[in-house]
Design a protein around this ligand. Structure first.
Ligand SMILES: N[C@@H](CCC(=O)N[C@@H](CS)C(=O)NCC(=O)O)C(=O)O
Length: 218
């Protein structure tokens, strides 16, 4: 078997998801820590985004496609149930989290702290404040989703959970969102339980270059 490479900076939540998938399946991989929009990534992802994967002659972009490949090419527990209804529920939560929670709310909020674009480098309150009610609503949605089983889809740890945990990690380190995580007790318990899972812990990223920790002042 050729070596499998996960290509992308470890701080990317989506790079982290693909690494959790490798760990869950017991697939050895090499991390190639490159930034978005570098020649290596631009040659694979049409929009220059990370992660990418290389495995022999195969190159792939997009975390969901990469996880599909990992899940279906290797032995080990399925990341998504092969039962159509259970598998579809996992896909439903991956889709909701990626197209609503991550891109519309969590990503701009996290970015306003870590890449504020302000003259003094302080968090960008003009971006953060209007996002807070939406973040609150989405935390409540996720809290309800995990309340019954402690998982997003069914009663086991699936790719839907792997996909969400890296986002919650960043939110856990920022002031308003960590308070929301505490207020939404089922989601808070879900986070504490699963962030300790070996596959998730194994790839906790170092802080962004130039920072000594993940903590940020409000
Ligand atoms: N839909 C993509 C999203 C990937 C993504 O947004 N990656 C971020 C890093 S977490 C990125 O490359 N950002 C650079 C950019 O958007 O220009 C996936 O699931 O892989």
């Amino acid at each position: 078997m050729p070596e499998l490479e996960i290509i992308g900076a470890p701080q990317s939540n989506y790079v982290w998801v693909t690494r959790i998938a490798c760990h869950e399946k017991g697939v050895p991989y090499t991390l190639v820590p490159v930034m978005p929009h570098t020649p290596e990534i631009d040659a694979i992802h049409p929009l220059g985004k990370i992660p990418a994967l290389r495995h022999g002659s195969l190159v792939l972009a997009e975390s969901r496609a990469i996880c599909f490949y990992i899940d279906h090419s290797f032995a080990g527990p399925p990341l998504v149930s092969r039962d159509p209804a259970e598998g579809a529920l996992t896909e439903q939560w991956i889709s909701i989290v990626n197209t609503h929670f991550d891109v519309l709310v969590a990503r701009p909020y996290v970015g306003a702290y870590f890449f504020p674009g302000t003259a003094d480098g302080k968090p960008n309150r003009a971006v953060i404040e209007p996002l807070l009610p939406r973040l609150e609503a989405q935390f409540a949605m996720l809290d309800r989703a995990v309340a019954n089983t402690g998982h997003l889809a069914g009663g086991t740890f699936t790719l839907a959970d792997m996909n969400l945990l890296p986002m919650l990690f960043y939110l856990h380190h920022l002031p308003e969102s960590s308070a929301m995580l505490r207020r939404n007790a089922d989601l808070g318990a879900y986070y504490e339980r699963h962030i300790a899972r070996a596959s998730v812990r194994e790839a906790v990223p170092p802080p962004f270059p130039g920072r000594s920790s993940w903590s940020v002042e409000g």
